[in-house]
Ligand binder design. Structure first.
Ligand SMILES: [Zn+2]
Length: 415
């Protein structure tokens, strides 16, 4: 990518793929698939990968689809999750959310930006890499991951822990509006069960009311939220109570226990242990000695009927501004588009929570479409973005291997 001639050649080749890539995305959007229903989408992606000439296509036991281009020693992956959120109330849509509409170079449909656009661009980037014989010393895996909307990162926890593939880095193609993103906050769910003693509601003095006991604890959680310190780039973690359930025989009885559900957003550096410790301290301050605190586990079977239990802990992560993966991504951008990129962060969470936050494999974000309209009835994807993302993904491996990969100190991410 050092010569501008290459840039022009890449651009021309990508332009030729504009139409089939857009058609592929429209086709993907026609297949409804919320988390754990992705089988038919996997089949459709397999068909397209076969058509454009991928070297190998695998569907792992969890249900992710992985397409390979090349067989060089440097292993790189691009990720796109292929499930979508539901459509909500169909009456709120001005068009069929699955058939969508295609107007003035923009595709409007559920999943168009979050995140089948990423998949369409990746498949056609694979074709570009093959056609233009780019990155001979790289193995490039284009991964369609499942279940992200239900449990972000579970698919990649499976891929990396079960060693389906072991890439040096992962490009996460969630929408970034064609900016380079180097991190996002994380999140976790926490349950707190506060025991009491049940008795007849007509004589509460016989029991020990856990609802009343929970009150000072809930106020301590508010105080904890105010104490959390901001991260300089990603902002502040938060904690709040989102649900309280009593465990009792009737509304005419003091319940035997209550369970409080806490939603915790995590800044980088805030870990599962530090977050749990804070909750235990809040209990202590509230004078509650016997309570159980735990992280619930995600156990839904995938479309392949595989259960891969995962604690609902999705840590935040953030690469330093001068991390070699950020540097190489910026070089790729300059090489492809001839100008300086914007480097920023996601507001939402992505699969990089496990890729980088748990497994320590550096990730970087670059995606078509805008995060702002994800999950909304205005979800859309400009086809121009697909063509540009395609060029970035196709050029990246060459720039990466010319740079000699990551600097040694950057190869494992440490929070
Ligand atoms: Zn989403």
């Amino acid at each position: 990518m050092k010569k501008s001639l290459d840039r022009e050649r890449l651009k021309r080749a990508a332009e030729r793929l504009r139409k089939p890539c857009a058609e592929f995305l429209r086709d993907l959007c026609r297949i409804p698939a919320t988390s754990n229903q992705e089988g038919p989408v996997v089949a459709r992606i397999k068909k397209e990968m076969t058509k454009v000439g991928f070297d190998e296509i695998r569907v792992d036991k969890y249900g992710n689809i992985l397409g390979r281009i090349g067989k060089g020693p440097r292993v790189i992956a691009c990720d796109s999750h292929i499930d979508t959120v539901g459509v909500g109330d169909p009456a709120e849509w001005k068009w069929d959310p699955f058939r969508g509409k295609y107007e003035n170079g923009v595709i409007w449909a559920r999943g168009s930006s979050d995140q089948r656009g990423g998949m369409a661009a990746m498949v056609y980037a694979g074709k570009l890499i093959k056609d233009l014989k780019l990155a001979a010393d790289c193995t490039i895996w284009m991964v369609g991951s499942i279940c992200e909307e239900d449990s972000d990162g579970i698919a990649w926890l499976y891929i990396l822990k079960e060693k389906v593939i072991s890439p040096e880095i992962v490009i996460v193609t969630e929408p970034t509006n064609l900016k380079i993103y180097r991190g996002h906050r994380g999140r976790m769910e926490i349950k707190v069960r506060i025991p009491g003693r049940s008795c007849h509601g007509s004589a509460p003095e016989r029991g020990d009311n856990p609802i009343t006991k929970a009150a000072p604890f809930l106020l301590e959680i508010e105080r904890l939220n105010k104490r959390l310190r901001p991260h300089p780039f990603l902002g502040k973690g938060t904690v709040c109570a989102t649900q309280i359930r009593e465990d009792g025989p009737s509304q005419c009885a003091v319940p035997g226990a209550v369970t409080v559900h806490l939603d915790r957003r995590l800044a980088p550096g805030e870990t599962k242990n530090s977050a749990l410790r804070e909750v235990r301290e809040a209990l202590k301050r509230a004078g509650i000695s016997k309570a159980k605190v735990w992280v619930p586990i995600y156990r839904e079977p995938s479309w392949r009927n595989t259960v891969y239990p995962m604690e609902q802990y999705y840590p935040g992560w953030c690469l330093d501004a001068d991390h070699s993966l950020v540097r190489i991504s910026k070089e790729t951008y300059r090489g492809v588009f001839g100008r300086k990129p914007i480097v920023d962060k996601w507001i939402f969470s992505t699969n990089a929570t496990t890729i980088t936050g748990i497994c320590g494999v550096p990730a970087i974000g670059f995606g078509a479409g805008n995060e702002d309209n994800a999950h909304s009835v205005k979800e859309h994807m400009p086809v121009d973005h697909l063509v540009k993302a395609m060029q970035f993904y196709a050029a990246f491996p060459t720039v990466y291997s010319q740079a000699g990969g990551l600097d040694k100190a950057d190869r494992r991410y440490r929070a």
